[in-house]
Design a binder for this molecule. Sequence first.
Ligand code: TXA
Ligand code: MG
Length: 327
Amino acid sequence: MSEAAHVIRKAAELLRQGRLVAFPTETVYGLGADAFNEGAVRAVFEIKGRPPINPLIVHVSGPEMARRVVADWPDRADALAREFWPGPLTIVLPRASARSRLPAIITAGGPNVAVRCPDHPVALALLFEFGGPLVGPSANPSGTVSPTTAAHVRAGFPGPEVFVLDGGACRGGIESTVLSLAGDVPRILRPGLVSAVEIERVLGERVELGGEVAGATDAPMESPGLLARHYAPRTPARLFESREWPDVLEEEGGGRAVVILIGHREVPAPHVLLAMPMRAEDYAARLYASLREADAAGAERILIERPPEDSALWEAIADRLLRATAD
Ligand code: TXA
Ligand code: MG
């Protein structure tokens, strides 16, 4: 057996024992556990420090496995899976009945469950070897920057509780689009790599954008990816407009800054430049690693040039940056 196959076998065995296995996907690394093992799922919430009101995505090898956790697999879901799976689209549907093996905490006690089939050879190999659905929130402590390398995962969870499958850097870089098919009108709860327009083209119907902003009411949040502050570095960070450059460096109460620019420009000492790619796809793939590098530079502030919002992917990037810089 090849080395890779051996490691996948070991990981699947650990999952069967109720242990946690972090795995690469095409978006970010996920923290995997047997979705039908309540103790293992609880351990995921615990180690992430994730509020129990925030439901988990269930990762599946395809529609067949998805059917084991949903009440019904409608035509709309089938059409979307045909087009986008494996890939960065998470579909929210009414969950399988309370009598099913799906623990209530996965859905935060709610009536719907989120399913997605990741487009990564290691994630798919793990799902096939394990043979069942896996929960997979991003493999980072709750609220912090999502991991796009195995080293990022280990930095968040250095202990032996998490076995990490190393699949290199994730090529997508931001999390999947979360689409709810639980209501009458399809609704995007979290923007991501698959756009509303692409979904509308497949469904042949209008897609609504946005859910309730969590924290605004006492109602359970529909998708805490919508939390105002999320994906956040530790260093105070703020967005600035391109026209504020370079005056923004001189602003009051300033100090040494890490400046995240789109493309390259001269940045005077003692400030530090992190030059980002100009293409949205490349920017997204670099985003979280850059936020981590900015944190590691030990500066007093992070200044991020506001990106354009002239495409769905730039909008999804802007969504993450707004949450990373929220108070
Ligand atoms: O790309 C991704 O989706 C990554 C990789 C690992 O697959 N996973 C990920 O998981 O980002 P997490 O837990 O960090 O974010 C899951 C998002 C949250 O915003 C959560 O609230 C929402 O999906 N979600 C999960 N279950 C839901 C449900 N039943 N109804 C509504 N939203 C749900
Ligand atoms: Mg997350």
